[in-house]
Design a protein around this ligand. Structure first.
Ligand code: HEC
Ligand code: HEC
Ligand code: HEC
Ligand code: HEC
Ligand code: HEC
Ligand code: HEC
Ligand code: HEC
Length: 323
């Protein structure tokens, strides 16, 4: 074959793209953003080479390599981990060093885990979150049963303070609802915590019209918690008999929904018909619409009409007298 400049160029390009590909494969595994937020990325790989993969490799007693499937319950997603509130942590900040051994020793697996309050309770720097109030609310909630802890809703490897930082309410609603659905739409998670049979959410909410639209725009906690204005996220989940079933609690002006989902939006925004226009994607929720500009405008129109009538009457009286 004749070595034309074109074939040389193609050959060069091919080699180049090969190198690029190889590099991409490396960075696909360990993105540079991980190193920006965490000083222990390489240590964590000691765990994530198994827990961060769908499958992992092991050496059997004869030195042969076998490939195993990582069970989804024990899978830790790197992207989610390194964007969670605890993104700067090493695995061994919360877990035993003995877990570097495999097979994992039993004692290390059933280690006592630290809870939120151990690190955040009565700490000034986290005062805005009101951990102490949340702790009390959790104690009083229906989930205060054996083996249930804050971690059951707050996945230790992915939790974000989503709602607080959200500019997209719909995404935040989805995020919060998924926390509940991880059990309430997944019986295998639910059943390890209780002897109760499966709860069919669609059936237990069949009194609610258009469930899909409602579950997309309101959070489970809107209806299932007691209003508590001192915290952003109410945590006292009540028995089902106390859940909101009355439509007017939301479909009215000073609604339940306004007290919970939109509490962090400034009151001014709400007055300007904010709830319907922005949050509810313009779908109409009866009574939620109150536009202050329109209110004043209608007063002005009303006042002007009154003045015109008054002027007219006065003129008529004067004219009558003249006759
Ligand atoms: C060689 C692969 C491998 C490595 C490395 C590894 N693990 Fe594991 N780990 C597993 C497998 C497989 C299981 C499930 C079987 C079992 O429970 O022993 C497991 C189970 C666990 C469990 C218990 C899950 C449960 O439900 O009881 C925890 C916690 C854990 N690993 C944490 C870690 C941490 C932290 C590290 C790093 C310090 C680590 N693992 C390193 C493969 C690994
Ligand atoms: C902020 C503390 C914390 C950090 C950091 C942490 N874990 Fe966990 N991990 C926990 C807790 C708490 C549980 C038990 C969860 C529960 O009870 O539902 C757990 C459970 C696990 C399990 C058992 C399966 C599961 O998800 O319940 C595995 C596997 C695991 N962790 C691996 C890791 C790996 C790998 C890392 C590092 C990349 C890590 N963890 C970092 C707190 C942490
Ligand atoms: C082992 C100690 C420890 C435990 C247990 C723990 N945290 Fe944290 N948490 C921290 C530290 C340290 C930070 C700050 C991390 C940083 O700035 O990189 C933090 C950050 C946070 C933040 C973000 C705070 C901010 O303003 O940036 C939230 C929210 C949070 N944790 C919630 C929780 C919740 C909820 C739990 C229990 C489910 C929990 N944490 C358990 C130590 C812990
Ligand atoms: C039944 C589920 C559930 C349980 C149990 C639970 N939480 Fe929460 N928590 C949530 C939800 C949902 C949010 C809203 C998440 C978001 O979008 O920010 C939240 C948010 C938070 C926040 C952030 C609040 C803010 O102002 O931004 C903190 C702090 C918190 N929880 C602490 C705790 C503590 C401490 C416990 C245990 C005593 C606990 N949670 C138990 C569901 C739960
Ligand atoms: C880790 C699993 C888990 C998560 C996450 C979870 N739940 Fe539950 N939930 C349960 C279990 C288990 C029960 C049954 C408790 C019992 O034995 O009575 C329950 C019961 C309930 C009940 C029924 C109470 C009654 O009177 O029958 C409601 C309502 C409820 N949860 C709402 C929620 C909401 C809202 C969320 C999210 C903020 C949530 N749950 C998150 C496991 C979970
Ligand atoms: C519009 C208000 C509303 C919303 C939103 C809502 N619920 Fe409910 N939920 C109720 C009411 C009211 C009941 C009691 C129904 C009854 O007993 O007839 C109930 C019942 C339940 C029960 C108990 C069912 C049973 O048969 O024991 C669970 C569990 C539950 N809801 C979880 C959730 C979860 C998870 C979400 C979010 C995906 C959610 N709910 C959203 C109002 C609501
Ligand atoms: C927790 C607050 C809440 C409660 C309780 C509630 N709604 Fe709604 N509803 C909403 C919100 C928010 C929307 C806007 C949903 C959307 O379209 O995105 C909505 C939308 C609707 C719609 C229009 C749905 C569509 O097709 O767009 C109807 C009809 C409706 N609700 C009827 C009811 C009735 C009837 C009840 C009582 C059985 C009820 N709602 C209870 C909050 C609530």
């Amino acid at each position: 074959m004749k070595k034309t400049p074109t074939t040389i160029l193609i050959a060069l390009l091919l080699t180049f793209s090969f190198i690029l590909n190889a590099q991409q494969e490396d960075t696909a595994k360990l993105k540079s953003v991980y190193f920006e937020v965490n000083d222990y990325v390489e240590d964590n790989e000691g765990c994530l080479k198994c827990h961060g993969e769908q499958k992992f490799k092991l050496e059997d007693a004869f030195g042969r390599t076998v490939t195993e499937h990582m069970c989804p319950d024990r899978f830790v997603d790197r992207d989610k981990y390194y964007s969670s509130v605890h993104k700067s942590f090493s695995c061994t900040d919360c877990h035993s060093y003995d877990l570097f051994e495999f097979p994992h020793p039993l004692e290390a697996r059933i280690e006592e885990k630290m809870i939120c309050m151990d690190c955040h309770g009565y700490d000034e720097s986290y005062a805005q979150y009101h951990f102490e109030t949340i702790e009390v609310e959790f104690q009083e909630s229906i989930h205060n049963i054996d083996e249930f802890s804050c971690w059951k809703c707050h996945d230790p490897h992915s939790y974000k303070a989503f709602m607080r930082n959200a500019d997209d309410i719909e995404a935040a609603v989805l995020y919060d609802n998924e926390m509940c659905l991880s059990c309430h739409a997944n019986f295998s998670q639910f059943m390890v915590l209780t002897d109760r049979g499966e709860i069919n959410l669609v059936e237990s909410h069949d009194w609610l019209p258009n469930q899909v639209a409602h579950f997309r725009s309101v959070r489970c906690i809107e209806c299932h918690t007691e209003i508590n204005d001192s915290i952003l996220i109410a945590h006292k989940i009540m028995p089902k008999t106390e859940a909101v079933k009355n439509c007017t609690e939301c479909h009215s002006r000073d609604s339940h929904l306004m007290h919970t989902l939109y509490k962090f939006q400034v009151k001014e925004d709400r007055k300007a018909g904010f709830a319907n226009a922005i949050i509810l994607n313009n779908s109409y929720v009866i009574g939620a619409n109150q536009n202050i500009v329109l209110n004043w405008l209608s007063l002005l129109v009303f006042g002007l009409t009154f003045l015109v009538i008054l002027f007219h009457t006065v003129m008529r009286i004067i004219k009558l007298k003249d006759k």
